[in-house]
Design a protein around this ligand. Structure first.
Ligand code: IVH
Length: 675
């Protein structure tokens, strides 16, 4: 094979690695996503023509290999220790006193770092190439999760020798750090899971652990994990003479290193850092549970050494959990749109971090068993960053006696009396009655929601009136509602009735993918609905498709295919589709041609978007005829700013460019789609 071609491919890879680093590590891309995709496609094409030139560190090889059967155990180069905790300033001062005594010095500098709440991982590099990623496991031995680790885009697969040299890092080294799931990704994942009728992850940490140990790397890839390095080792030992230097070196080599760190000259500065972040922790796009304080000098660290399981040279200051102890007054199953019964703990109301909490989820029967919780128990309840409050553990002491009433899942649905079934191999109990009103209300609310048919004004209060009075028995009935029907309802005047009717009428023009999503087929989320619409081009074709044909669609596996076939095999569902057709909803083709409303308009996306992925937002804008650029200039029309937006936001303000949020962006695009 020609050396020139090999060189060309390697140069292209280097270029792509550079842009991956700009985007995923620095969050500051220099080129647009389209330009990036173009480079990637060029590389894919060259590699497909010269399979022998594919290398494992190629940016095209992040998601590779087949699902695994399990993970192989690997011994760590040196134990992965945990940290001792401090819960007060006094405990921190006690720790400092021991550091002074044992080292015989009083002028100790400390590195302060955020205590990221994910899962620790060890990454091994050989000749600048990522060769292995290992979980902490029991500290001495972890599991080889390399194929999953490779899918995390902020983890470099390979680092140029010169770059390592410049950073002062040897070609063979180990980076230990924290893998985590950003809150935005966590919320989106849980929302999707909810809509697909899957069980929820209780917090980002659990979601991270579940994702890292996923047997299918493609699933890990979809979940958009992140990784921050915090230790650099060679042969199991600290390599640099200061922790602060190790952090800077990792950063220079292209790792993501948390920017919120500080080299403190004394404990007073450490305490100021701790207090500063306690107030600001909610503004971060990921969860932290404290601050890690490390003696900066390696020589001093070595003098201080270790106790049994933790170093004496570092300590974790833990923030008070946003939790409280209260009593469970009852446990009540709540029926969702998919018929899932979620046991909810009704609590004696208790204030946690500014809000009163009176309900907490117990997720499912497995969780109730795991916690061993009974009605009447006192429990610790925690509220994470914006996550539904949850029961963490049962509290038992002389002031908090145990409860004695066991909760059992009812055999019949509390809403409709239908049978409740737990399918073998599933954690959830479900009401199997297709006409259960709880399902009906949930289904209609889902159908009317912004991402589906976007029928503004059709909220909980209205939907419960419509279903209770029998005016709406399925989503097609919405299109038969008359003004007279609506005027009979409570709190409904002429104007609001007309608004609701106008909204319902406008929804008829929405694209096919929305209807498919709106039908509420189990496991069919927003993305799958879009792929189905694009693949089949009409609802009739989706309806007629066999399981095998459905499996040809992007991201549709046997489970989803079977669920779709089952849905359309049901006579009620087929009738529903006929009724929707009669109401003249949009049953054919996603419009492929681009809109023109945003023609000539340039957008820049920055910060963490919550409602859309970057790619999704970009597609929306482009579909409406707009352009998405990587950097802000005078020619930019709008900057769409998510949370934690940085320099681009400043630049936009400086240049007087309009800054909008995600909803405003949807507005600009949505008005286009309705025309
Ligand atoms: S240093 C011996 N630095 O906290 C040094 N750990 O309780 C041990 N963690 O298992 C790790 N952020 O998962 C270190 N900046 C940070 C950290 C951090 C989070 C986690 C890590 C570790 C646990 C220790």
């Amino acid at each position: 094979m020609s050396a020139a071609l090999e060189k060309k491919i390697e140069a292209l890879r280097a270029k792509i690695r550079h842009h991956e680093h700009r985007y995923y590590v620095l969050d500051d891309p220099e080129i647009t996503d389209a330009e990036f995709d173009k480079l990637m496609n060029e590389l894919k094409k060259l590699e497909s023509e010269h399979l022998e030139l594919i290398t494992p560190d190629s940016p095209t090889q992040r998601v590779g290999g087949k699902p695994r059967e399990g993970f192989v155990k690997v011994r760590h180069s040196s134990p992965m220790l945990s940290l001792d905790n401090a819960y007060s300033e006094e405990e921190l001062r006690d720790w400092e006193r021991r550091v002074h005594e044992l080292s015989g010095r009083n002028d100790v500098e400390y590195m302060c770092e955020l205590k990221l709440d994910g899962m620790s991982l060890a990454l091994h590099y050989l000749g600048g190439q990522l060769v292995r990623g290992v979980t902490r496991g029991d500290g001495s031995e972890g599991e080889d999760v390399t194929s999953n680790v490779r899918t995390v885009r902020s983890i470099p697969l390979s680092i140029a020798k010169e770059k390592l040299k410049k950073a002062g890092i040897p070609a063979e080294f180990e980076v230990r750090g924290e893998m985590l799931m950003p809150l935005a990704a966590f919320r989106r994942m849980n929302e999707e899971r909810e809509k697909q009728g899957l069980s929820q992850f209780a917090n980002p940490r659990n979601a991270t652990a579940g994702t890292v140990r996923q047997l299918e790397p493609s699933i890990t890839a979809q979940r958009r994990m992140d990784f921050f390095g915090y230790l650099l080792l060679k042969d199991g030992r600290t390599y640099f003479d200061r922790q602060s230097k190790a952090m800077d070196a990792m950063e220079a080599a292209g790792f993501k290193v948390n920017p919120h760190r500080k080299l403190a000259k004394n404990l007073g500065e450490v305490w100021a850092f701790i207090q500063n972040w306690e107030g600001k922790r909610d503004s971060l796009p990921y969860e932290i549970d404290g601050i890690v304080v490390k003696v900066d000098r390696t020589a001093l660290q070595q003098e201080l050494g270790f106790t049994g399981k933790a170093p004496r040279w570092a300590i974790a200051y833990k923030y008070a959990a946003r939790g409280a102890v209260t009593q469970i007054e009852n446990i009540v199953p709540q029926v969702g749109r998919t018929g899932k019964l979620t046991p909810v703990a009704w609590l004696k109301p208790v204030p946690i971090g500014g809000t009163t909490v009176s309900r907490a989820t117990l997720h499912n029967m497995d969780e109730i068993e795991r916690l061993g919780v009974k009605i009447g128990d006192w429990v610790e309840v925690e509220r994470g960053g914006d996550v539904i409050p949850k029961v963490v553990q049962v509290v038992e002491d002389k002031d908090h006696p145990r409860g004695d009433k066991q909760f059992e899942m009812p055999a019949h649905c509390p809403v409709c009396g239908g049978n409740v079934v737990r399918t073998e191999g599933e954690v959830d109990h479900r009401c199997v009655n297709a006409n259960c009103p709880a399902k009906l209300q949930g289904t209609i609310l889902h159908f009317a929601s912004r991402h589906v048919m976007d029928i503004d004004g059709l909220g909980e209060a209205l939907v419960s009136q419509l279903t209770e009075r029998g005016l709406v028995k399925n989503v097609a009935d919405l299109y038969r509602l008359t003004k007279d029907d609506l005027l009979k309802l409570e709190r409904m005047g002429d104007k609001s009735a007309q608004n609701v009717l106008d909204e319902i009428a406008a929804s008829k023009k929405l694209p096919l993918k929305r209807i498919i999503y709106g039908l509420g087929i189990r496991f069919v989320g927003e993305r799958t609905a879009q792929f189905l619409a694009e693949h089949f081009g009409s609802l009739d074709a989706v309806m007629k498709a066999s399981a095998e044909e459905l499996e040809e669609v992007n991201e549709v596996g046997p489970r989803i295919a079977e669920s779709i076939v089952e849905f359309f095999a049901d006579e009620h569902n087929r009738k529903l589709v006929d009724d929707l057709r009669e109401a003249r909803l949009n049953f054919t083709g996603e419009k492929k041609e681009k809109g023109t409303k945003l023609a000539g308009k340039t957008f820049v996306l920055t910060g963490t978007l919550v409602r859309h992925t970057r790619d999704g937002a970009k597609k929306m804008i482009e579909d409406a005829g707009g352009r998405v650029s990587g950097s802000v200039s005078k020619k930019t029309d709008y900057v769409v700013a998510g949370s934690d937006a940085g320099s681009k936001l400043d630049k936009a303000r400086e240049l007087g460019v309009a800054v909008i949020g995600e909803e405003e962006m949807e507005g600009l695009v949505g008005s286009q789609q309705r025309e």
